[in-house]
Design a protein around this ligand. Structure first.
Ligand SMILES: Cc1cc2nc3c(=O)[nH]c(=O)nc-3n(C[C@H](O)[C@H](O)[C@H](O)COP(=O)(O)OP(=O)(O)OC[C@H]3O[C@@H](n4cnc5c(N)ncnc54)[C@H](O)[C@@H]3O)c2cc1C
Length: 375
């Protein structure tokens, strides 16, 4: 490392979205920043996700506010970094009366502000590919980026326009500030923020163990719609209303859970709900399932894929749709939606454990930096 002797105000471990958001926040505060990443490029959850920056549906209270703040920052940062916002907003199609009741209850909370009902019958006329529903909710708060392009662009912009140094192919093996030890030598920094994603064993494993983290593995697909189609926003279905806590924690979700358990038990056993988003080339990113364990699940199942596509067809009448790409991804999951700790003075450690890191990254990064700099 030629410039390791220079020293930094802050070293960030991990070039996923949480690490990059932390680097951006620190540069805004005028700090000299380096990011150290074990791989040659980001290949973790941050590039495997939907790139769906979701506000509506996030856990009520602090986490929902994190998502609001983060969506605003994405909209500020994306054009500066040359990242396209592929589409805006979210539609939730309710196909059961119990699902309508959940959405009505949601609309009555502070989280419903800015959301509106769309006439479902009119929507079917405008969008002939939309399956019949009983109600359609539109939320304007969401946006979407193409993560596999957006994350590399964000790191390039941080490096070339904002002066952040990146050390790729460089696992961090230990931190005793001001020393950050890596497989390639040592860096010096006043502060450190560790954003390891689902790597729970390399740094501070005992500290991370306090969070009760498990690995959650998801199956994802890219789907050709088989016909011309402009989605304009993300789409979700009844299953999402018992998964996303902003809806699922409402008392009105209990009857919906009971009904879905009876009607779609196989989907629920694989943790399936539906998110459909569209890419610039017209293809759709479709998911997902959630399987929990001590380690990432290495194999993708055709049966799970069929269940996801079954839910897809319940919402979108696209009989010629076909899967053109498949992948899995894994994130660190725990009861609480974030975990943050201070393993030693001037050092913060943080993981988004609710599967919502793209949506809450910038706000969480601010918390991590505040934690590191508070001592
Ligand atoms: C399939 C899938 C779909 C998802 N969809 C969404 C979505 O639509 N919206 C949303 O908000 N969230 C979504 N999520 C969750 C979101 O992607 C994650 O919460 C987020 O990407 C976590 O970011 P991260 O930076 O913590 O982790 P990561 O992206 O995993 O990055 C951590 C980085 O740290 C590096 N690292 C770890 N240890 C070391 C070390 N010792 N030395 C050097 N480098 C190290 C790793 O190599 C890695 O690059 C999804 C997740 C998955 C898997």
């Amino acid at each position: 490392m030629s410039n390791m002797k220079l020293g930094y105000d802050l070293v960030v471990v991990g070039a996923g979205i949480i690490g990059l958001a932390t680097a951006w926040t620190a540069r805004r505060r005028g700090l000299r920043v380096a990011v150290v990443e074990r791989n040659a490029k980001a290949i973790g959850a941050s590039v495997r996700n939907f790139g769906f920056i979701t506000v509506t549906g996030q856990r009520r209270g602090e986490h929902w506010r994190r998502a609001q703040d983060t969506a605003a920052i994405w909209r500020e940062v994306a054009p500066q970094a040359g990242i396209g916002v592929v589409h805006e907003g979210l539609h939730v199609l309710a196909q059961r009366p119990e699902a309508v009741a959940v959405l009505e209850a949601f609309m009555a909370t502070e989280m419903g502000e800015g959301c509106r009902w769309v006439d479902a019958k009119q929507a079917q006329r405008d969008w002939p590919w939309l399956q019949p529903g009983m109600a359609l909710l539109h939320s304007p708060h969401e946006c979407r980026v193409e993560s596999r392009d957006a994350i590399p662009r964000l790191s390039q912009w941080l490096e070339h326009s904002l002066g952040v140094d990146f050390y790729w192919n460089t696992p961090v093996t230990g931190i005793h500030l001001p020393h950050i030890n890596t497989s390639r030598g040592s860096l010096r920094a006043e502060y450190g923020v560790v954003c390891p994603g689902n790597d729970l064993n390399a740094l501070f494993p005992l500290c991370l163990a306090q969070a009760g983290i498990r690995q959650c593995t998801l199956q994802m697909m890219r789907v050709s719609p088989g016909q011309a189609l402009h989605l304009s926003s993300a789409f979700m279905s009844d299953l999402s209303l018992i998964r996303y806590e902003g809806y699922a924690d409402l008392p009105e979700a209990t009857p919906l859970k009971a009904r879905l358990l009876g009607e779609q038990a196989a989907h629920l056993a694989q943790g399936i709900h539906l998110i459909v988003v569209q890419s610039a080339d017209g293809s759709l990113v479709v998911g997902d399932s959630h399987v929990y364990g001590d380690a990432e699940a290495p194999f993708a199942s055709a049966a799970t894929e069929n269940l996801i596509m079954d839910e897809f067809h319940r919402v979108l009448n696209l009989p010629k749709a076909s899967v053109i790409e498949r992948w899995t991804g894994s994130y660190a999951s725990a009861q609480d939606v974030v975990f943050k700790a201070q393993p030693s003075p001037r050092l913060a450690l943080g993981v988004v454990t609710g599967g919502t890191g793209a949506s809450t990254s910038f706000a969480f990064a601010r918390e991590l930096l505040d934690l590191a700099m508070s001592s």
